[in-house]
Design a protein around this ligand. Structure first.
Ligand code: ATP
Ligand code: MG
Length: 429
């Protein structure tokens, strides 16, 4: 019997996982500076949390949900995205309460599940890092969220990104635009893909998001939402553009951009890369927008909100393709070399004491000859070796060597236990 991981999933094994930790650490550090605090919500939720919010004609609800009935006949789904669960938690935990600072700013990271056709950067289990900010409708918050996404990707070394921006307006703008769009698309019905024909009346904006080529050609000539904005929606969008300009964040308005989820309104944005990771084709790494109304939809009080989700697999693919190295934080400080069976206990005590004192330390477990142990030390990239032979042990001494410089000194065994950092200084002096 041969077991394989399910299609569309990956094992993130040591060597890879350090890259993940590096990205996650960068995100945590950055979010802290912007005052976003972590939230951890369940990986499965009631099916309705997503079906009621993502939109009944969205890809997610129609094709991609990992849903099932549990043993208590509850309709459950593995979360396909982060926002709806966070909003559910926001409402359930009354995080809109008067004693809570507005905006309420939070972030998450973790696995999401969508039944999709797996390909590069498209998996069935994938991971997102996302933020959500509730309770403020001001464009400054929209811009803060975008600036944070841009800074995160910049800080990881990604420079050639495009920030695509659009607005979906408010309800009134959308109702007017919807009518115009239906009027334009109706005569072209026969030329649309089956999906788009289905969506034309239920949710015509969805057609703008079609990946079908002929649909895209039709969409290219469709009316633009910008011509249907109410004065308020227009003012919000102008505010966002002005503030992005003030922060010197370049952006491109893309009037045909919509999002894969129905709950968005006003500002929507995507950070895109044309890296060779995706054959030079513009691909979205990070996407988000405003979702005023979503909190009410899940039973909370009227509360505006905005956020983004960033796909970690896609990000790592781009970094890899662009040859960008992440700091991996897997350095080995010391390798303890023991020569002769009699040193076994002392080398174990040494390595244990070094670890307790905060050093990354390793030793031999296979009774290898000194040559083999030194080889291991250099293969692991140890900065220092501590070598203990039977003679040294008798004299309560040990040899400390810096691998890079080749410098070495004999140091008292006891000092390794009490002041290893000082011994290093001594060696380097
Ligand atoms: P697409 O149009 O590529 O299907 P989407 O609109 O469904 O994307 P969002 O729901 O906005 O994507 O998710 C935000 C980000 O999460 C995407 O930009 C991408 O980086 C990542 N993402 C979404 N779906 C997947 C997936 N199946 N596998 C890997 N990453 C994904
Ligand atoms: Mg999708």
């Amino acid at each position: 019997m041969k077991y394989q991981r399910p299609k569309g999933t990956t094992d993130i094994i040591p060597g890879e996982s350090e890259k993940w930790q590096s990205v996650e650490q960068a995100a945590r550090t950055l979010f802290k500076r912007y005052r976003y605090h972590e939230i951890r919500t369940p990986i499965f939720e009631s099916f309705e949390v997503f079906s009621r919010t993502s939109g009944e004609t969205s890809d997610i609800v129609t094709k991609e949900m990992y849903d099932f009935y549990d043993k208590g006949e509850r309709h459950i789904t593995l979360r396909p995205e982060g926002t709806a669960g966070v909003v559910r938690a926001y409402v359930e935990n009354k995080l809109y309460g008067p004693e809570i600072q507005k905006p309420f700013k939070t972030f998450y990271m973790g696995p999401m599940f969508r039944y999709e056709r797996p390909q590069a950067g498209r998996l069935r289990e994938f991971h997102q890092i996302g933020v959500e900010a509730f309770g403020v409708d001001n464009p400054t918050l929209d811009v803060e969220v975008m600036a944070m996404a841009v800074e995160l990707l910049h800080s990881l070394g990604l420079k050639d990104l495009k920030l695509a921006l659009n607005t979906l307006g408010d309800n009134e703008s959308r109702t007017r635009y919807r009518q115009a769009l239906i009027a334009y698309l109706e005569p072209l019905t026969a030329q649309l893909s089956a999906d788009s024909q289905e969506r034309l009346h239920k949710n015509p904006l969805r057609v703008l998001d079609s990946k079908d080529q002929q649909d895209q050609e039709i969409v290219a000539k469709s009316p633009r939402i910008l011509d249907y904005l109410t004065p308020e929606a227009q003012a919000h969008f102008e505010g966002v553009k002005e503030l992005l300009t003030a922060l010197e964040i370049p952006f491109e308005v893309d009037t045909s951009m919509v999002r894969g989820l129905d709950y968005y309104n006003h500002t929507i944005f995507e950070l895109m890369s044309n890296s060779k990771a995706f054959g030079g084709k513009w691909t979205t790494v990070c996407a988000g927008g405003r979702y005023n109304g979503l909190v009410e939809q899940l039973g909370g009080p009227e509360t505006p909100g905005i956020g983004f989700g960033l796909g970690v697999e896609r990000l790592l693919l781009i970094l890899e393709a662009e040859g960008i190295q992440l700091p991996l934080n897997n350095e080995l400080d010391v390798y303890v070399v023991g020569i002769g069976a009699a040193t076994n206990v002392e080398t174990l005590k040494l390595v244990q004491s070094l670890r307790t004192a905060g050093f990354n330390a390793e030793r031999d477990y296979l009774k290898r000859k000194p040559k083999g142990q030194f080889k291991a030390a250099s293969r692991l990239g140890a900065h220092f070796t501590l070598t203990l032979g039977e003679e040294e042990l008798a004299q309560k001494e040990v040899n400390l060597k810096e691998m890079e410089s080749g410098k070495e000194i004999k140091v008292p065994l006891g000092a390794v236990y009490t002041k290893f950092a000082e011994l290093i200084k001594q060696l380097r002096a």
